[in-house]
Ligand binder design. Structure first.
Ligand SMILES: [Zn+2]
Length: 214
């Protein structure tokens, strides 16, 4: 991707609109349990606060500091709005971030995103992330063959009822000072935009599949 736009969405999250890749295509995923080919559309985050962790999924009972959602839409639909009305419309890649005390980080791609957060502190402000960003950068170079997959719903109110979730087993370790940049963002009332995660939902008998390819 080149020059992605990052914006603080009204009261909900920091959102990155993913542009087409260098060759004009959309980064896409397929296979596994996905009903079709899904194109990367946007990225947003859920976080806690200085005193709380903010992931939406728990893995083996553990909540993580930040959860990143890379939202994909089924290529058969023209827009995310249209796809969000369809049961096979959306897929979300999920990566957990874990805050660690170290000061340095080798996740240069993710750092380029997090370093922009101080420029979007006000509600609905936006800025550009210049330069190249690969999907591998975004994923923090975790092994992508190890994940949980299930069918569920989007966690933000305006989002869809049915989403194919892919939750990677491996988390990304980032310096706490980088994670802390999320806690400075403000909502429309200029109050801290913190703890923007949905409470844990019942499984309701839906199957969760685990895949571990290395
Ligand atoms: Zn989300």
């Amino acid at each position: 991707f080149i020059s992605a736009l990052i914006t603080v969405l009204k009261c909900t999250s920091a959102n990155i609109v993913l542009p087409p890749t260098n060759n004009g295509q959309r980064a896409s995923i397929q296979g596994g349990l996905l009903p079709g080919t899904f194109e990367a559309d946007s990225v947003h985050f859920h976080w806690g606060s200085a005193n709380s962790r903010g992931s939406e999924h728990l893995i083996n009972g553990q909540r993580y500091d930040v959860e990143m959602h890379i939202v994909h839409k089924n290529a058969r639909y023209a827009t995310v709005a249209e796809a969000s009305l369809r049961p096979d419309g959306l897929a979300a890649l999920t990566v957990m971030f874990q805050a660690v005390p170290s000061l340095s980080s080798t996740h240069f791609g993710l750092n380029r995103i997090l370093d922009r957060l101080p420029q979007v502190i006000r509600d609905q402000s936006s800025t550009m992330i210049a330069g190249q960003l690969t999907m591998n950068d975004l994923l923090g170079r975790i092994p992508t063959g190890r994940f949980y997959a299930y069918s569920g719903s989007m966690t933000m109110p305006e989002c869809a009822e049915s989403v194919s979730w892919i939750v990677f087993l491996d988390s990304v370790r980032l310096p706490r000072r980088q994670i802390a940049k999320f806690w400075d963002l403000l909502d429309e009332r200029r109050l801290p935009l913190i703890n923007n995660y949905r409470s844990l939902q019942a499984i309701n008998g839906r199957p969760i599949f685990q895949r571990t390819l290395i």
